[in-house]
Design a protein around this ligand. Structure first.
Ligand code: CA
Length: 246
């Protein structure tokens, strides 16, 4: 772990971490919502006679809906979707998601958020989601953790993940921070790519079906198989990040 921390610092020209905030992705990190996203995407595109690939929607996770739909249209029909088609497909996907999503949280996510607060760090939400069915429940599931001032959602950014903009905005909302003043917890390749492009130390929790190697290739410095596994190592990780100087 020490080697991974020093490698990050060297590559980004920092002498040390000065941790102030932890930036949390939402789907697959705080909520166990990805199986419902995957199922609703699959059923929607099948209704519209579009072919999809195995695990495709886990690979697209974090991408804005319009962009995912255009990728499917380009591959199947060699053109982008019209605005009407996009709206119709996204409305159907949202309808099915609300039907299938249980609202369950990821085991360990509440403990992680509470631990981060106890350590004096600011939890910041950085999601590409615009789903009111989840965003509206954050205050109930994770009381006292996020405020509108510490949330970046689909409504705040021009460019979605894998563009770094959501995480750059997350640094601003965390208190005008530099990349070495935060860490990111993500679960998806495009989210990891976005966080790494923003220059932030990125930890992956692999809560889905993709192999760990895809998350490493996307730019994760560390990968854990569950949030509970990360909760266990977090005290040691913070201790090292607070003491290593190069
Ligand atoms: Ca995610």
């Amino acid at each position: 772990m020490e080697h991974i921390i020093t490698t990050y610092l060297q590559q980004h020209n920092f002498t040390h971490f000065d941790l102030k905030a932890v930036l949390f992705d939402m789907d697959g990190v705080l909520y166990d919502s990805m199986p419902a996203h995957d199922r609703s995407w699959q059923e929607t595109v099948e209704e519209f006679n579009l072919q999809h690939e195995p695990n495709e929607f886990y690979m697209h996770e974090g991408r804005v809906g319009k962009s995912t739909i255009d990728i499917l249209f380009q591959r199947n029909l060699h053109r982008n979707a019209t605005e009407e088609e996009e709206q119709e497909i996204y409305a159907r996907k949202t309808e099915l998601f609300q039907l299938y999503n249980s609202g369950a949280t990821i085991p360990g996510s509440k403990e992680m958020l509470e631990y981060i607060k106890k350590e004096g760090l600011t939890p910041v939400l950085v999601t590409g989601s615009g789903q009111p069915s989840l965003l509206d429940k954050l205050g109930t599931n994770f009381p006292g953790i996020f405020t509108p001032a510490t949330m970046v959602t689909a409504f705040d950014v021009v460019h979605g993940k894998p563009h770094p903009e959501p995480f750059i905005m997350g640094l601003q909302k965390g208190g005008d921070l530099k990349p070495n003043q935060a860490i990111v917890i993500e679960n998806a390749p495009l989210g990891i790519e976005a966080a790494a492009a923003a220059g932030i130390f990125t930890i992956a929790v692999n809560t889905g079906p993709l192999p760990n190697s895809i998350l490493i290739e996307a730019g994760a410095s560390l990968v854990y198989d569950s949030m509970n596994a990360l909760v266990t190592v977090m005290p040691n990780l913070l201790k090292q990040m607070r003491t290593i100087y190069i």
